[in-house]
Design a protein around this ligand. Sequence first.
Ligand SMILES: Nc1ncnc2c1ncn2[C@@H]1O[C@H](COP(=O)(O)OP(=O)(O)O)[C@@H](O)[C@H]1O
Ligand SMILES: [Mg+2]
Length: 353
Amino acid sequence: MQKKVLVLFGGVSSEHDVSLNSACSVIKNIPADKYEIIPMGITKDGRCYIYNGSPDMLPEGKWLEDKENLEPAVISTDRSHHGIIRLANGAEIEKIDVVFPVLHGKNGEDGTMQGLLEIAGLPYVGCGTAASAACMDKAVTNAMADFYGIPQAKWVAFDKHAYSGNKTALLANAAEKLGFPIFVKPANAGSSVGISKAKNLEELEAACEKAFEHDKKLVLEEGVIGMEVEVAVMGNEEPVASVVGEVVPCNEFYDYDAKYLANESELHIPARLSEEKLEEVRKAAVNAYRALGCEGFTRVDFFVRTSDGEIMLNEPNTIPGFTSISMYPKLFAASGVPYSELLDRLLKLAMER
Ligand SMILES: Nc1ncnc2c1ncn2[C@@H]1O[C@H](COP(=O)(O)OP(=O)(O)O)[C@@H](O)[C@H]1O
Ligand SMILES: [Mg+2]
């Protein structure tokens, strides 16, 4: 029998638009013989609608202008409903088998939506509440990586309150501990939003001001000189790693434009490393996945340092970009799992948990 999948898209996040593109691909490629798809969009200000129109209307937010196909609905937190409540004609309860939150960043990838789905008793694709939250906050991720002995760049973190009270000393201390260049990041963001590379104290201060526009906590990291590699990992108790991909950003680092707009960043699958190194990276990815408590799927990103070949964790992405040409699906396609089959497997992993 067909299973009913609720695909969530949009969301209150700086990565709203990225989600629209991911969800468009996901909706088109979930195998229709096995699943009935119900797309539910969340607007930038947090309103919820079932969208009955074409998935091609998602990119650029065109679905919201297609009023005829919008139907107000909510996820029910009453477990006996096990699904959604359509609100167009009174309140109609509809059962759902599994949810795919195709949401990036805040309120989607950070454990909050996962918490709601836990309360609703609905199985969902991807990491649970705690792992999602830990992987979203770069300070928490880095602290966990240190705890588990996972190599990574040197780092410091502070919040706006500490910064306002003691800016000069904080920045001087960071510069001394990390050396330049320093990467300045909002602790909670994604898609490189608010991230800058600072080459001196003056730039460091400007970079902090910019990052504080996105979050009240920042993470500063030593700049690693190396190859950027990414591994797609999938599974619950027995996670498997894909082949390793390499990104060569077309800008000075892999910023928002280099990721989505310029379309000139190079990808190499597999990464241009020795067989032995590739195997080490895959092991490191599964190790980090387990240490961080990931389930379902996560893309784990690393640097392979040029000077000594050290494999250093950059970050886990618990809901990675998911268009058919995004890195995660591409890596599994290169590992022998085509996109539609990948979606089927992720949905099954969710229902097995
Ligand atoms: N410590 C670092 N050393 C060198 N480059 C970095 C470092 N941290 C981030 N970058 C660059 O910035 C990009 C975005 O940083 P990342 O931590 O992955 O943030 P996001 O979650 O927004 O993707 C990386 O892909 C990389 O190009
Ligand atoms: Mg990244």
